[in-house]
Design a protein around this ligand. Structure first.
Ligand code: ZN
Length: 252
């Protein structure tokens, strides 16, 4: 079968790593959810036009040439840079956590049309079209992204009632148990963490509200930081990978 020498893809840039003196390897999320790795020739040279169009978090239209081992970026057109020209460091850190989780959730041969749009949307809201979000809302959006994406992948957290006995009176969170648990079940779950009614409400809001609604929600920084920590526990437990950018955001 004669495969085309080149192909076009709209991609999200998830990561870039050094390859040789002047090249980068880009890890990309295609619109159908597959992960693509492609070499950016000369992308490490100062003033590289390719590098300027392929920052992490950006949506890019690419023409990609099939290579023997790795594919090579032949052309790149920037479609969207969600964080603008001069992003704040905390926005970049939150964006890095999102693409880090996305990278752990996409694979070379597995199509999943949900991953691209939810990731692109989360990054767009994070970048904020009307002014920068504060740290609490960045944390909240990352936590919501993690729970929503993992729920889609089959790691659905049960925030409605105790995951072990069905009791509606929940007051602990456990990633290993699968969500919220009641006080009596929590005594038999190692590492279950006590949560108050406000947090229980926020867990439910993370799943039910859209990113735009969460960006405008009234939340304080300590509550958002707790939700971010719980989302990290959820991802680390169920994906079983190190999520370094998320850990960095948490300050762990
Ligand atoms: Zn229970």
């Amino acid at each position: 079968m004669a495969a085309g020498r080149t192909y076009r893809e709209r991609v999200l840039v998830l990561d870039k790593t050094k390859l040789r003196e002047t090249d980068l390897i880009y890890t990309l999320l295609a619109r159908d959810g597959r992960q693509i790795r492609a070499v950016g020739k000369g992308a490490r040279k100062p003033g590289s036009r390719l590098a300027a169009r392929c920052e992490v978090g950006c949506t890019v239209d690419m023409l990609i040439a099939r290579g023997r081992s790795l594919d090579v970026v032949a052309e790149a057109t920037l479609v969207c840079a969600p964080f603008g020209a001069a992003p704040e460091l905390d926005v970049l850190s939150a964006g890095a956590a999102i693409v880090d989780v996305a990278r752990a959730c996409c694979f070379e041969d597995a199509e999943d049309p949900f991953v691209f749009p939810i990731t692109e949307r989360a990054l767009a809201v994070l970048g904020g079209s009307d002014g920068a979000l504060d740290g609490a809302h960045l944390d909240l959006l990352v936590a919501a992204y993690v729970f929503k994406l993992l729920a889609h992948l089959g790691y659905y957290p049960d925030f409605s009632a105790c995951v072990l006995c069905g009791d509606a009176d929940v007051s602990y969170f456990s990633a290993t148990a699968g969500g919220l648990v009641c006080a009596s079940c929590a005594s038999s779950v190692a590492g279950a963490e006590e949560v108050d009614a406000t947090l229980v409400g926020w867990f439910r809001a993370l799943m039910s509200l859209r990113f735009d609604d969460l960006a405008g929600a009234n939340i304080d920084a300590p509550t958002a930081a707790l939700l971010l920590a719980f989302s990290h526990a959820w991802a680390a437990t169920h994906l079983d990978v190190r999520l370094r950018a998320l850990e960095f955001l948490l300050g762990v």
